[in-house]
Design a protein around this ligand. Structure first.
Ligand code: NAD
Length: 363
């Protein structure tokens, strides 16, 4: 079996963490008897510098012709002054739209070795293992009308519109219920149905999908977004799969990320179209770029998600996740998760340690 993977390292720490991620991917392929053909493309700020735009047609074509896309991160202070239409982050939005990636999966799992690295109490976060399913191509980030207009009295009026249609809600609800079936069989749907009509529709459709599409083995609960934000901090272990709109998911998944101690630990997958796109949750971390300080584990765990969701290589994915856990249990830490009495390592060394554990473990 041979798979083509588009590798888009991006900017800042993107290329550093991607080097460790792709080495793990090549190693997993070798150990588990499949082939990966990695083809690299330039995106984000690097693409603006080289081609004057954040995403070229040839890179877009490469992603569409691949089995999966592995992405680093894009952006940085160098490009912050540019117009929104050509900012590095536009490439991300364009890729999501072009590839039809309507479902963003962000697992938030606390490795027990890191329980005291969180800003919350150990007894609150220990055992946290939840999955945020965020709708990614609809809602207020894309709804029309939007913009800022001048009013006759000289003041301005800004508008964004939260829009969801029945099919958009149905398909994301199905993703959440299917994911829950492979986990602890509970879905929490998050909305603001007491105030926003659009999320009243969200609640109605999620309830109907649950009832009519054969998901009666899954427990479904509805929670208002403000209460959800509070519950995430109060008792994160109550959640299994959380499904929500684009904007609520954006905010809640960053909040949930902090339960694990560092954004440098979190992988994500964007699914829905023919090609899945996989990226660490963090950005380009310009403050530590080029210093071998970045944590590559988010990218390495992202590779595991790619293997599981796009290549169906579950054993290889499990093996990578076990190796990450073993390295953390061994007391090795990058700067972002450094604790007393732990062994400090850089990005390259952390990658090497994970590969060593993968090699030593059984498939
Ligand atoms: N998906 C993406 O491409 C994406 C996502 C978020 C931010 N960004 C861009 O990245 C740039 C910086 O954004 P930011 O500072 O808000 O967020 P960031 O995630 O890049 O950094 C936030 C903090 O976390 C630290 N950090 C992040 N990843 C780390 C890792 N792997 N190891 C160790 N420490 C890590 C950074 O050093 C920084 O202190 C901006 O240009 C932003 O637009 C891109």
């Amino acid at each position: 079996m041979s798979y083509k993977i588009a590798v888009l390292p991006g900017d800042g720490i993107g290329p550093e963490v991607m080097r460790e991620g792709t080495q793990v991917l090549n190693q997993a392929a070798k150990l588990h008897g499949f082939k990966v053909e990695l083809e690299e493309g330039v995106v984000g700020g690097a693409s603006i510098d080289a081609h004057g735009k954040p995403l070229t047609d040839s890179v877009l074509k490469l992603t569409k012709e691949s089995n999966a896309v592995l992405l680093g991160a894009m952006g940085g202070p160098k490009w912050d002054g540019l117009d929104y239409s050509i900012r590095p982050e536009r490439a991300l939005l364009a890729l999501r739209q072009e590839l039809g990636l309507f479902a963003n999966l962000r697992p938030v799992k606390l490795f027990s070795a890191l329980a005291s690295a969180s800003t919350l109490k150990k007894e609150v976060v220990e055992g946290t293992d939840l999955l945020v399913v965020r709708e990614l191509t609809g809602g207020i980030y894309f709804g029309q009308p939007k913009g800022v207009t001048k009013l006759p009295d000289g003041t301005e009026r800004g508008v964004n519109t939260e829009v969801y249609t029945t099919p958009e809600i149905e398909r994301i609800a199905v993703v959440a219920f299917e994911a829950a079936r492979k986990r602890r069989r509970k879905v929490t749907s998050v909305d603001k149905a007491n105030v926003l009509e659009v999320t009243e529709l969200w609640r109605k459709v999620v309830t109907r999908v649950h009832k009519e599409k054969g998901y009666d083995d899954i427990q479904l609960e509805h929670v208002l977004v403000d209460n959800c934000a509070m519950q995430l901090i109060r008792d994160p272990k109550q959640f299994d799969v959380m499904v929500t709109t684009n904007m609520f998911g954006d905010i809640l998944s960053d909040e949930a990320a902090m339960l694990t101690g560092s954004i440098g630990m979190l992988p994500s997958a964007s699914l829905g179209g023919k090609v899945g796109m996989y990226e660490p949750v963090h950005g380009t971390a310009p403050d530590i770029a080029g210093q071998d300080k970045a944590n590559p584990l988010a990218t390495i765990l992202t590779v595991a998600m790619l293997l599981r969701h796009s290549l169906d290589q579950n054993e290889a994915a499990d093996r990578i996740e076990r190796a990450v856990e073993a390295v953390l249990n061994g007391g090795y830490r990058t700067l972002d998760i450094q604790e007393k009495d732990c062994r400090p390592v850089g990005c390259k060394e952390m990658g090497r340690l994970v590969r060593e554990k993968i090699e030593a473990s059984k498939g």
